[in-house]
Each structure stands twice: as C-alpha cells, then as structure tokens.
Write a protein that binds this ligand. Structure first.
Ligand SMILES: Nc1ncnc2c1ncn2[C@@H]1O[C@H](COP(=O)(O)OP(=O)(O)OP(=O)(O)O)[C@@H](O)[C@H]1O
Length: 365
C-alpha cells in the first residue's frame, strides 16, 4: 500500500553542517493499517511524515502509494491528508469553513459537506465551536480542528503529527478510542507521530521505533517487547525500563556461564550463543522488571526503595553497585536497607552483543 524504499533526508543550509535526519529508511505499510512512528525528540519522525506528504523532498529513495510513485508529485496530487503539529489553520475562516475547505476540491453537494463536517466535529467534540475563528479558540481546540480537517477528507493515506499532544489526558483517551474506531470502520490507512508509548500501543497495529534517523524495528507492541531487535528498542519500550547487566561469558559444564559480578552468575545452555560472541566474550543481559521474582532466588539485593502503586509494587535493590528493579503484582513487605532475595531466571534473559544487537531472546511465556 505505502512503500518507502531507501529514504534519506539531509537538511543543508548555507554555512552550517548538513543534518542527516533520516537514513536508509525502508518500510511497507499495509492497507487499513494504523502505524505509529515512535521515538525521542529529533529522531526523524516529523521529517519522515513530511516527506510522505510532500512538504519535504526526499534526498534519496522512493515513495510509492498504492503502486504509484509519489515522491516527485506536489502534495495536492498525492491523495494524502495530513494533520500538522503546528495546526496551520486559515485565520480568516471559521472552524466550520476550515474543515469544509478540505472538501472543496471533492465537488460535493453543500448538504454532503455539511453532513461530513458535522459528523467529524461531533466525533472530535468541536461541534460547539464551529462558528468561531481560529484565534478565538484554545491550542487544544485548534489541534482538534486540524485533526478534523485531515480526517474529513477522502484520501489514500492519513498522516497525523502528534495528533493529541495538546489535549488533557482524559479527553485524549476518549478521542483515541473514537479515532481508532473511525479509522478501523472505514479501513483508513494512517501513520501518526508520537513520543508517547501508551498512545502508540493504544492506537497502532504496528509501531516503527526510530532513533538517530534510523528505523530500529517495525513490529507490534507485543513483538517489540518480547523480541526486541536491539538494545535500544529493548530499553526504550516497556515501563519501567528493562534491567541491564554487563556480563563476561565463560564455558562451564557443557554450557556457558554469564558472570555479572559478585553474587550474580548464571549458567545457561549454549545453543549457538558462543558462536555469536565477539573476541571480548562480553554481553549485556536484559531482564524485564516484571520477570524478576522477589523473596526467592539467589541474588541478594539491598532494598533502595519499595513503592506500592495501588496494583503493583516497584522494588529497587542494589547488588554490589548494580541496581535492579523488580515489579510484582502483590505488596512486598521490605523496607529500604533490608536484604531480600531476587530471582533472575536465565530463561527470561534477552542477551545482547557488544554492538547492541540481540543474540538471544527470552523464552516466550
Ligand atoms: N528544516 C530543517 N533544517 C535543518 N534541520 C532540520 C530541519 N527540520 C528538522 N531538522 C533536524 O532534523 C532532525 C530530525 O528532526 P525531526 O523534526 O524529523 O524529528 P522528530 O523526531 O519529529 O522530533 P520532534 O519529536 O521533536 O518533533 C533533528 O536533528 C532536527 O533538528
């Protein structure tokens, strides 16, 4: 449906070093799919969206939509609707006229335009401000008008840049549900940009994780969590972040031993791991806080903090200078300074090579 191939974006301005915002991006989005571009500030999300919409040229590569190469077409001929982060509403037009303007070229009857504008305005809860001008509404309302103006159109692809960034959490959650239903009901294909993992998980079928202009992994939330491609994705996705321990690898009794310092040695089966090691024979072990059991096991930690969050405990413990965080469903009766055992089971380990690539995933559970 949408195919990005070998996309680079380099910004060049006179007297300044060029900035490579996007590097060798390959991505295929299926018809009817909702995709989130997720990553920290400056990782190249907006540049990617703007190149698909046609507001930025690609520096290299090609973009095809429904089999049509579009990267050289002007924005208006791409059949792509975009809601901008900066809203870009027309100040002399009312909210209603701003939304209807997007339908102008579609040659619809007046009644049909009214019907569509009213429908989307109700869905996004701006039906009470339709006759106001952009300067007389709040930033959050302007953002919703921009969203309505994109979603009201007939397009092959919808691009939404931080579509709900300005809204308060409650409204955000409600609109998220409604927008997801609208997109799914109509089989609309959409890509949205967000910093927010919860938003990405709630709205998207698949999440493209970007860092430093490079696509790190493009997969469902479940897969990003259970089979992270590299250390970046492993530590970026999941809350609290994955625990990481540096370990030396040695042979032991037909298998391998991972030594992460005093009190932390783990015997594991080789199963091809040794062959993936570099000369230094060092790895980084990753284990999710939810996979560490508290009160059993061989790793003794000194409790640093223990917080009950109403439905789970977060226990942070120090083991000889290395901090581990465990999340348990029940309350844990430990106080700071107490020594408690943590159980770290090798089957829950993700193992990363020194270059950050994942060389073994945790077993599915
Ligand atoms: N017009 C421009 N000229 C020069 N550099 C730019 C331009 N636009 C973006 N950049 C740079 O390109 C990189 C990627 O920017 P981009 O806006 O795509 O990131 P982003 O992930 O969307 O960030 P944010 O979440 O903060 O919006 C950044 O280093 C940014 O400073």
């Amino acid at each position: 449906m949408l195919e990005l191939k070998g996309i680079d974006k380099v910004y060049r301005s006179r007297g300044k070093e060029p900035v490579q915002a996007v590097r060798a991006l390959d991505m295929v989005v299926e018809r009817g799919e909702i995709v989130a571009l997720l990553g920290s500030s400056g990782c190249g999300k907006t540049s990617t969206l703007r190149m698909i919409a046609g507001f930025e040229d690609v520096s290299a590569g090609s973009i095809a939509l429904r089999g049509r190469p579009i990267h050289e077409l002007p924005p208006a001929r791409r059949k792509v609707a975009m809601a901008f982060e900066g809203y870009s509403l027309y100040p002399p037009l009312t909210v209603r006229e701003n939304i209807a303007f997007a339908l102008k070229s579609a040659q619809l009857s007046r009644a049909e335009v009214d019907r569509r504008v009213n429908e989307i305005a109700r869905l996004i809860e701006i039906d009470d401000i339709l006759d106001r001008y952009p300067r007389a509404i709040s930033g959050g309302q302007q953002q919703r008008v921009s969203l309505a103006r994109a979603l009201v159109r007939d397009a092959d692809l919808y691009l939404l840049d931080e579509p709900m960034g300005q809204l308060e959490p409650q409204l955000r959650a409600v609109l998220r549900g409604r927008i997801k239903s609208l997109l799914a009901e109509r089989g609309m294909t959409a890509i949205f940009v967000t910093h927010d993992q919860t938003e990405a998980s709630a709205l998207a079928d698949r999440i493209a994780v970007m860092e430093g202009g490079v696509l790190q992994q493009f997969a469902s939330e479940k897969e990003l969590k259970s089979r992270p491609a590299n250390l970046f994705v492993a530590s970026f996705i999941g809350e609290p972040p994955m625990n990481l321990l540096d370990a030396d690898v040695s042979r032991s009794d037909g298998g391998l031993r991972l030594s992460a310092g005093s009190g932390m040695s783990f015997d594991i089966a080789d199963n091809g791991l040794e062959a993936a090691l570099d000369k230094a024979r060092q790895v980084r072990i990753g284990i999710r806080p939810q996979k560490i059991a508290v009160g059993t096991g061989t790793v003794r930690v000194k409790v640093v903090s223990n917080q009950w969050l109403g439905d789970q405990s977060h226990v942070a413990g120090d083991c000889d200078g290395r901090m581990l965080i465990a999340v348990t469903q029940g309350r844990v009766a430990a106080r700071p300074g107490d020594i408690v055992p943590f159980a770290l089971e090798p089957r829950h380990f993700h193992i990363f090579a020194t270059d950050g690539s994942c060389i073994r995933h945790a077993e599915a559970s």
